[in-house]
Design a binder for this molecule. Structure first.
Ligand SMILES: NC(=O)c1ccc[n+]([C@@H]2O[C@H](COP(=O)([O-])OP(=O)(O)OC[C@H]3O[C@@H](n4cnc5c(N)ncnc54)[C@H](OP(=O)(O)O)[C@@H]3O)[C@@H](O)[C@H]2O)c1
Length: 266
């Protein structure tokens, strides 16, 4: 199926690793011109080089999105290569903290990183997108926005804010040709998540090999109907669909890709 992404330019924030890297690579494989963003220039350049080696088109934009200067630098670098049709707001962090551990400052800092950074990038790219009459804002949210547990309370709330601002933005963009949607992953196997769960494995008796640990994670931490963690490519596939004109009639929605981790009707 042709997703009609050839000729589109996409900025993927936090594409120097994990989900963002998979999204950038998948977009490029479908013909989009991608801008790989990260704070770490070497990692971002390595991803862009891999895209080009596979026959795709990619540049980089570097900046810490928790600052206006970093967001300015990112937007300027992205726009220097041409207009941005698709912004995937993926950059973010998920420090492992309990209610007792997370201080008020932690909550504030995480909101800055996971929410205000998203707003910074939307504000920088929206005016030109409006002028062109077509565009995409895709926020990476998560199942913990809809079904939070006791742990990571500050992170859960930051994801909920992403889901909420996505819908508000869709309403704001009424009739503009620009859509705003959320992709909500369950627990996805990226290096950061694998390190996190491997760190917990010994204390919880989850076994030694990653296969044993993942099985336990799927049973105890993120029980779901498929019986495993998700893969980055499975998130990228949802982003690809929402990015193209086949999804022109989809806005303000949350596309869950979580193996059925989130229960109930959302
Ligand atoms: N993996 C999951 O199971 C899962 C599930 C639900 C939602 N998510 C969401 O998916 C997104 C990506 O997560 P991931 O698992 O792929 O993690 P990851 O591999 O650790 O990637 C995080 C990315 O965000 C970038 N980043 C972090 N802080 C930044 C900042 N202040 N300014 C600019 N860039 C920043 C990092 O850039 P550097 O390389 O420069 O540090 C990196 O590219 C996050 O927003 C996360 O909340 C993940």
């Amino acid at each position: 199926m042709d997703l009609h992404l050839t000729g589109k330019r996409a900025l993927v924030t936090g594409a120097s690793s994990g989900l963002g890297e998979a999204i950038a690579k998948a977009m490029a494989a479908e013909g989009a011109d991608v801008v790989v963003h990260g704070r770490d220039r070497a990692r971002a350049e390595a991803v862009a080089a891999a895209v080009r080696a596979a026959g795709g088109t990619a540049g980089t934009a570097i900046g810490d999105l928790t600052t206006d200067a970093g967001a300015d630098a990112t937007a300027e670098a992205a726009l220097a290569g041409g207009p941005v049709d698709i912004l995937v707001n993926n950059a973010g962090v998920y420090p492992s903290r309990t209610w007792d551990e997370a201080t008020a400052d932690d909550w504030r800092d995480l909101y800055e990183t996971n929410v205000i950074s998203v707003v910074r990038m939307i504000k920088r790219l929206l005016p030109a997108m409006r002028g062109r009459g077509w565009g995409r804002f895709i926020q990476i949210g998560g199942g913990l926005a809809l079904q939070p547990g006791a742990d990571l309370p500050d992170y859960n709330a930051s994801l909920a804010a992403r889901h909420n601002l996505t819908v508000s933005l869709a309403r704001e963009l009424k009739g503009s040709g620009i859509t705003s949607n959320t992709v909500a992953p369950g627990a996805i196997l990226v290096d950061t998540a694998q390190r996190h769960f491997t760190g917990l494995a010994a204390a919880r008796g989850w076994g030694e090999t990653w296969e044993e640990i993942e099985r336990k994670v799927a049973e105890e931490v993120v029980p779901n109907d498929i019986g495993r963690m998700g893969r980055p490519e499975e998130i990228a596939a949802a982003v690809l669909y929402l990015s193209g004109p086949l999804a022109d009639y989809v806005t303000g929605t949350t596309l869950r890709v979580d193996g059925g981790t989130v229960l109930g009707v959302h």
